[in-house]
Design a protein around this ligand. Structure first.
Ligand code: 2P0
Length: 341
């Protein structure tokens, strides 16, 4: 465990993306980023984000660089709002220089907000002298982006929605992620990138519209609580088939809630369905492989690591224009020694 150096020095942290097997979809408090449902994810071992934060005495604004280019618009606003939160907790006003490098290839179609805000939470807390444990860092990362709360932890992580009627500080304290043990699962996630373009509607806006207008939202949220109970039991007994079946139905149900929103939110593309069909065929051929999709058309296929090459080959053939990546379980977010260079 790397300890923060002295407050005010540059601190660097690294975090990896995560993919939810039980989805986070819908907030009950936008400002505190409190979800409607518990969610459970696997942190990946690919595409880390490394973020450096250096308080800058005398500066009158934050300077934020993402992959070498100055951040602007909504991306800049979200990072500055996050730094404001850290500063208010630390009782400091110093602006900062933030430099974030994301290794997701441009256009890979994989979101970076989870790894990005997890790394930023760890680096910024250290740079401003906040001594927070992993639970408190998870709560803090949540304020940047909900799914970032889960990237604090390696392997499988459960993000608690928290007590539904709590408000203010109690509500904030109740919603954080924690690691979930999973015995001998040896999983792989094969990621079929069928469309790397920007999405037509942000997940933030899409989940808001779904909660506000979809008659399927509440039934899905209720069934998701049962999915989570079953998922935890399946992880405990290292039953990949059950984990996959539960993840697949949970994700399809989430997409059903969006399809029933008014107007509908549809992320699934023709190529998505072609990949889903190819995975059904794999199952008929005796390979345990199960799909999950997030706020986009790309498909993640959960399978045994020993089957990952065969699964990758199948989905590559099913979506010839796309690209295919294979990931395993990855580590939690951590502070890097020195400035991380
Ligand atoms: C998830 N997604 O559980 C779900 C499933 C997308 C579909 O978390 O508004 O970027 O920043 O809290 O975390 C994407 O939402 O949303 C997401 P905000 P976030 O992974």
């Amino acid at each position: 465990m790397v300890r923060p150096q002295k407050r005010g020095a540059e601190h660097a942290a690294v975090a990896h993306p995560n993919i939810a097997l039980i989805k986070y979809w819908g907030k009950r408090d936008e400002q505190l980023v409190l979800p409607r449902v518990d969610s459970l994810s696997m942190t990946l071992d690919i595409f880390p984000t490394t973020t450096r934060v250096r308080p800058a005495p005398g500066a009158d604004h934050d300077v934020v660089t993402l992959n070498g280019a100055p951040a602007e618009g909504e991306a800049l606003r979200r990072v500055v709002a996050f730094l404001d939160l850290v500063r208010s907790r630390a009782g400091q006003e110093l602006r900062a220089v933030v430099d974030s490098e994301n290794t997701v290839p441009t256009g890979a179609g994989l979101a970076s907000s989870a790894s990005g805000f997890a790394a930023l939470a760890v680096a910024a807390a250290a740079a401003y002298g906040l001594d927070l444990d992993a639970t408190a860092l998870s709560r803090l990362a949540r304020r940047g982006s909900g799914s970032a709360s889960r990237s604090l932890f390696g392997g499988f992580a459960l993000w608690h929605a928290g007590p539904p009627h709590a408000t203010g500080k109690q509500a904030d304290l109740g919603s954080y992620a924690e690691p979930v043990p999973a015995a001998d699962l040896d999983p792989a996630l094969v990621i079929a990138v069928v469309n790397a373009g920007p999405k037509a509607i942000s997940s933030r806006e899409a989940m808001r519209r779904t909660v506000d207008t979809s008659p399927l939202y509440e039934p899905w949220a209720r069934s998701s609580a049962d999915d989570l109970t079953e998922m935890r039991a399946a992880l405990r007994r290292a039953d990949l088939e059950a984990v996959g079946e539960i993840a697949e139905r949970n994700a399809l149900g989430m997409h059903a809630t969006m399809l029933a929103a008014r107007p509908a939110v549809r992320y699934l593309a023709p190529a998505t369905l072609t990949v889903l069909d190819s995975v059904l065929q794999l199952r008929r051929d005796g390979i345990p492989a199960y799909t999950t999709m997030d706020a986009g058309p790309n498909v993640k296929v959960l399978c045994h690591r020993a089957d990952a090459d065969r699964v990758a080959e199948t989905v590559r053939a099913a979506a010839p224009g796309g690209s295919v990546l294979v990931a395993g379980p990855g580590p939690g977010a951590r502070l890097l020694p020195g400035d991380g260079r």
